[in-house]
Design a protein around this ligand. Structure first.
Ligand code: 6PG
Length: 476
């Protein structure tokens, strides 16, 4: 029997769907799961694709079924389980075999695993896969980090299974070691910001304009035909339109307002802070999920503090205000993506990855959770001006910021006046206003630092004098 082109360990939801996708695209695949019963069940359910699948009960059998050098995808829960799986696999592997971690790993773990295998003759790929269950089955966006040689071994099979935007496959080799998982982490950080800003706009429509879930669904449905067109807007319309089969109420009204998080948003914010790059949209989104989880505390605080006195948002022209919300969401999105790309650009220098920004935007246009036509505009902006310091100063995005920031300003002020929380949208406004102002206010901070700690400052006239006339205040 012909050997398999690739192997996959871990037949959970993502692993099974990825394996079926690989088989369907004409690649022979060997599969293994910790529990043999699951492998059997998966094979039995594979229908027409059975001929492309080699179910294996033992690791020996599994490794022997794959053509060397063997690419082996590990699709299990991120963390210690991956290290354990790698240890179990390792004794059976041969020179040039490639272990591929396709979970949502912290890129620091990926760097460590990559380094640990460096002189062993084996290689490691850290591969970000986005698109959820549906994406895994029919075409995810795939972000690959590892050696270029190991990429060449897997390029064909990964290209065959990736989502396509027009005819462009949404997969690319992004650089050595942790590059793929770092980019996937920032993808998720941006996903957090996108989702949070959508939730904030929903909050203004629900609590400010007192609209029902189905009325709000219709608004998102309209927006999905315009510049906000994206997977997240599309599913927001769908979730708002859905009815709860138990109560008959809108489903969304029956869901507890406590958001979960597995870590990738937090890692994005931490890595941004580590490099000194502002990612305020992502930070606001992570913090908002955390505050959402304090349900009991929030309810108690509402009793003690009450809600602001203005019950409903008084807008003279409702249709014009809804237009403003659309533009504000676009402006907020521009801020979050600009920050995400700035973080990747800093990381690229810090870790020597040479991350290709237009390519990253390109492979996010389809397959992944943040897919949208907006990413096509980012691809264009970074292709035309690869050396731009920030997305918002590229000609196309500078125009968009100028066009939409008035609406963002009106929406954030209206929300603030009515006590409707919009931390991510407000962070975008603060970011634009800080980033675009040539003369900021850090001169006062420098003076304060010098006053209490003699930390020194540079002068606007360049004169060689670095301390103020604070007298006894100095070091006081
Ligand atoms: C994707 C998703 C995927 C997953 C997130 C959810 O790109 O396909 O981002 O990776 O849904 O991990 O993360 P949270 O549980 O932290 O929201």
């Amino acid at each position: 029997m012909a050997q398999a082109e690739i192997g996959l360990i871990g037949l959970g939801v993502m692993g099974s769907n990825l394996a079926l996708n690989i088989a369907e695209k004409g690649n022979r695949i060997a599969v293994f799961n910790r529990t043999a019963a699951r492998t059997k069940e998966f094979y039995e359910e594979a229908g027409d694709l059975k001929g492309q699948i080699v179910p294996c009960e033992t690791i020996e059998e599994f490794v022997a079924a794959i053509r060397p050098p063997r690419p082996i995808i590990i699709m299990i829960q991120a963390g210690a389980a991956v290290d354990q799986q790698m240890e179990l696999l390792r004794p059976y592997l041969e020179k040039n075999d490639i272990m591929i971690d396709a979970g949502n790993a912290n890129f620091r773990d990926t760097m460590r695993r990559f380094d640990a295998l460096k002189d062993s003759g084996l290689t490691f790929i850290g591969m970000g896969v986005s698109g959820g269950e549906e994406g895994a089955r029919h075409g995810p966006s795939i972000m690959v980090g590892g050696t270029e040689d190991s990429w060449k071994r897997v390029e064909k099979v990964l290209t065959s299974i990736a989502a396509k935007y027009n005819d462009d496959p949404c997969v690319a080799w992004l650089g050595e070691n942790g590059a793929g998982h770092f980019v996937k982490t920032i993808h998720n950080g941006i996903e957090y910001a996108d989702m949070q800003m959508i939730a904030e706009i929903y909050g203004i429509l629900r609590d400010g304009l007192k609209m029902s879930a189905s009325e709000i669904a219709a608004v998102f449905g309209e927006w999905n035909k315009g510049r906000l067109e994206s997977y997240l807007i599309e599913i927001t319309e769908k979730v708002l339109a859905a009815r709860d089969p138990i109560s008959g109420n809108p489903m969304v009204d029956m869901i507890l307002d406590k958001a979960g998080q597995k870590g990738t948003g937090k890692w994005s914010a931490i890595e941004a802070q580590n490099m000194g790059v502002p990612a305020t949209g992502i930070e606001a989104a992570v913090a908002a999920r955390s505050i959402s989880s304090f349900k009991g505390e929030r309810e108690a605080a509402e009793t003690i503090l009450g809600l602001p006195a203005v019950p409903a948002l008084a807008v003279a022209d409702r249709a014009a205000f809804i237009k403003d919300l659309e533009s504000a969401l676009l402006a907020g999105k521009i801020g979050a993506y600009a920050q995400g790309f700035a973080v990747m650009s800093a990381a690229s220098k810090e870790y020597g990855w040479n991350l290709p920004m237009p390519t990253i935007a390109k492979i996010w246009r389809a397959g992944c959770i943040i897919r949208s036509q907006f990413l096509d505009a980012i691809t264009g902006a970074f292709t035309k001006t690869p050396d731009a310091a920030n997305l918002i100063v590229t000609p196309a995005f500078a125009d968009m910021v100028k066009e939409t920031d008035g609406a963002l300003r009106r929406v954030v002020s209206a929300a603030a006046l009515h006590g409707l929380p919009v931390p991510a949208l407000a962070s975008a406004l603060g970011y634009f206003d800080s980033y675009r102002r040539g003369r900021g206010t850090a001169n006062v901070i420098q003076a304060q630092r010098d006053f209490f700690g003699a930390h020194g400052f540079d002068r606007v006239d360049g004169a060689d004098s670095h301390h103020g006339p604070w007298g006894s205040g100095l070091n006081g």
